[in-house]
Design a protein around this ligand. Structure first.
Ligand SMILES: [Zn+2]
Length: 317
């Protein structure tokens, strides 16, 4: 099973989710599709969830998953299970009760902040990080209670480490590479990785060029980040996510026109390059060529994030 913990389509109701069929690994899989981030409020996110869910229900080869048994059944048939994630708490509109509605619509992972501070805490591009706020602590507890996985990607280092201390369930970095291999503000330190692993969480190494190296979305660059993460936190705590933008042209425009969300670390190496799903599908073979054992490849490509889901999701609450 290939488990992509974070991928992006254009955040408009008319986005074509048929593109997700580009993930067709032989053993089936899962993709967590982003359905909102910092600029979005509750109404936009609810509308996107409705539109995306109804598309997935109609598209052959894709199916909505509510729990891990669903994922196993869908992947077992060679299809791609779809769940959703959020980057930033803005889609909650400051209301913790909104978490329950989002869970009912398939959201399974949430990062409290997106690059910059909000009511929950600080972002990874902020110069100062005062840690998780009192509201942010309540948010992590509500995520635990509702079966949503707290996500440290885009979150400031201190805020994310506070999340690990508060959370009673695994905390993940859904799409974050390691700073020891490539020094980028979106990448995480070894200490951040260890704190998440101590909760039972997983570090999802991504295929985005500017986070892998000087805009180099290659399998060998991805393997270097994976191998460092495995060395630091162990094979049970490392996973993968493409962070692929199916709407890459739109995303490049957003980068150029939204200085309030991004800084020069996103544009200093030219237009962002992503690893396409077709290349990502070859990652297992590439790792085996580097001497990885089959069991380790399976854990990193799917088994570890599946374990976090098994320990965290309980959507019937
Ligand atoms: Zn992201």
């Amino acid at each position: 099973m290939l488990w992509d913990q974070h991928a992006c389509v254009e955040l408009v109701e008319t986005a074509d989710l048929g593109d997700l069929r580009r993930y067709r690994p032989a053993g089936g899989g899962l993709v967590s599709v982003n359905v909102g981030y910092a600029p979005h409020g509750p109404a936009v996110t609810a509308s996107l969830l409705r539109a995306f869910r109804s598309q997935v229900e109609r598209i052959d080869g894709l199916a909505l998953a509510a729990d891990v048994d669903d994922v196993d059944r869908i992947a077992g048939a060679g299809d791609t299970a779809v769940v959703f994630d959020l980057e930033d708490c803005a889609p909650l509109g400051g209301d913790l009760d909104a978490v329950g509605m989002l869970v009912a619509q398939g959201v399974r992972t949430l990062a409290p902040t997106y690059n910059h501070a909000n009511i929950a805490g600080s972002g990874c591009l902020d110069t100062a990080d005062d840690g998780l706020t009192a509201w942010g602590r309540d948010l992590v507890r509500e995520l635990n209670r509702r079966g949503v996985v707290p996500d440290g990607s885009h979150v400031g280092a201190r805020t994310a480490t506070d999340m690990c201390a508060v959370s009673t369930r695994p905390v993940v970095y859904s799409h974050s590479n390691v700073r020891a291999v490539w020094d980028h503000p979106r990448n995480i330190t070894d200490d951040q990785a260890r704190a998440a692993a101590d909760t039972g969480g997983v570090i999802g190494i991504t295929g985005v060029g500017i986070f892998l190296g000087p805009n180099t979305p290659t399998l060998s660059a991805m393997s270097r980040h994976l191998e460092h993460a495995v060395e630091v936190v162990g094979i049970e705590h490392v996973g993968v996510s493409t962070d692929f933008s199916f709407d890459w042209e739109t995303f490049r425009e957003v980068l150029a026109t939204s200085p309030e969300l991004y800084d020069a670390s996103y544009t200093a190496w030219g237009p962002v390059q992503w690893m396409p799903p077709e290349t990502f599908l070859d990652l297992g073979a590439h790792l085996r060529d580097r001497g990885w054992h089959d069991g380790d490849v399976a854990a990193v490509l799917g088994g570890n994030f599946r374990r976090v889901a098994r320990e965290s999701w309980h959507p019937l609450l």
